[in-house]
Design a protein around this ligand. Structure first.
Ligand SMILES: [Zn+2]
Length: 407
């Protein structure tokens, strides 16, 4: 696989993506990479911008684009409506540029949902990326041209094709420029295992994601420009990468469906299903961002109801009452804390976390219980490879720390 020799692969925020000086990464394609990749494409005498990026990086993106070309920006496309892709156009608009803004039609519904659930998304973002405070953008720049399945345009005399997809989001699309064999995948390719299970976000679409990867694999692209990570050059390497990524998803999807149809419970399926070990070992399918077990959860949510298979959990007692009962049976919160410490020393941080939760929920004012909770999640944080898992463990550890600090 040929990677762009000019890209330096230093890990940026959140271990996802790359950061490099803006440069022409392929003929007539400028890359601005800072966690997310923004591309400007020179087509005839016009520019196409693929993913304007974060709101706070919009000025830097425009400076880079304008240092490279003074051709008019006639079209910008959002590969999907996420905060790191679709919020960076303000600097262009403020400078008087008026591109057509292309997006898949579900993008507008996404922006409505973001407005409806703004506080919730700000808190998710804070936990997921371990930000100092809740944050989510408020400046929505609406698409001016949306499409349902596919759209073709001529930009600077060159055909540009947009194809709708679902994957990490329901409003995704990829961009195909047949004349140059350029493929812009958005987050359908991120140089990580697909972010297809995120525990805090709305439904993901593993089957449609695999289908989109398979469709893209059939295009014969010479250049692949991902939403995050390195640009790939070479038709064989691109095809292999796309097909392997699809197979990674298919292996998980097939196992979940087979077990659901056999009547297994969500809990059994969660513990039983694993990704293909050879695919999981590929450098572009490492689970450092999302976790394959979370993909299992997403499939269970997609195809099943919310009941977890335990009848006691259908209309349950509160966690606090359950914890009080367990503590009373054990002989007190201190016994649970001792057992949790023991498990932690033995290296069983999974069971130690359950004991810490029971102890801290049975008596939230118990310092030893909060200290155990702090230490347990500190360990789980250090043991956890996925950013999605790390964010939640860090937040739980910090909750315990905040309670301990108050006392
Ligand atoms: Zn992204």
């Amino acid at each position: 696989m040929t990677q762009s020799p000019m890209l330096t692969s230093e890990p940026s925020t959140a271990g996802l993506g790359i950061k490099c000086e803006p440069h022409e990464v392929a003929p007539d394609v400028l890359i601005h990479a800072d966690f997310v990749n923004t591309y400007a494409v020179r087509l005839g005498g016009e520019l196409l911008l693929v993913d304007p990026g974060f709101a706070h990086l919009g000025s830097a993106v425009r400076r880079a684009v304008r240092a490279w070309s003074d051709a008019p920006l006639t079209t910008a496309v959002y590969t999907h409506g996420h905060a790191d892709h679709a919020f960076g156009l303000r600097a262009f608009l403020d400078a008087g540029e008026r591109p057509a803004i292309v997006a898949q039609e579900n993008c507008t519904a996404r922006f409505r949902r973001y407005q409806m659930t703004h506080g919730f998304n700000a808190r998710i973002n804070q936990r997921q990326f371990s930000l100092p405070e809740p944050f989510f953008p408020t400046d929505f720049i609406e698409p001016t041209l949306t499409f349902r399945d596919a759209l073709s345009q001529r930009i600077g005399g060159t055909e540009v094709c947009y194809r709708a997809a679902k994957g990490e989001t329901d409003d995704a699309c990829f961009v195909w420029i047949p004349q140059h064999r350029y493929l812009f995948t958005g987050d359908l390719v991120i140089w990580q295992a697909p972010n297809c299970g995120n525990p805090q976000k709305v439904q993901r679409y593993p089957v449609e994601w695999a289908e989109a990867l398979e469709t893209m694999a059939g295009l014969g692209a010479e250049w692949l420009f991902p939403g995050h990570g390195l640009v790939v050059h070479g038709a064989a390497a691109i095809r292999e990468m796309l097909e392997n990524s699809a197979r990674y998803l298919r292996v998980i999807i097939d196992q979940v469906l087979e077990r659901m149809n056999r009547g297994e419970t969500p809990e059994q399926i969660f513990h039983a299903v694993e990704p293909d070990p050879e695919l999981a070992a590929l450098p572009y399918l490492a689970a450092r961002y999302d976790h394959p077990k979370f993909i299992v959860r997403n499939l269970l949510r997609l195809y099943g109801g919310w009941w977890n298979g335990n009848a006691a959990d259908l209309l349950p007692a509160t966690w606090q009452r359950q914890a009080e009962e367990i503590a009373a049976l054990a002989g007190g919160v201190a016994v649970l804390v001792d057992a949790g410490r023991h498990r932690l020393e033995e290296g069983d941080s999974v069971m130690a976390a359950h004991l810490a939760e029971w102890a801290a929920r049975a008596d939230p004012t118990d310092r030893a219980a909060q200290e155990l909770k702090r230490d347990v999640y500190d360990r789980r944080l250090r043991e956890e490879p996925s950013l999605m898992g790390q964010g939640i463990y860090r937040a739980a550890r910090n909750d315990a720390k905040a309670i301990l600090k108050k006392d």
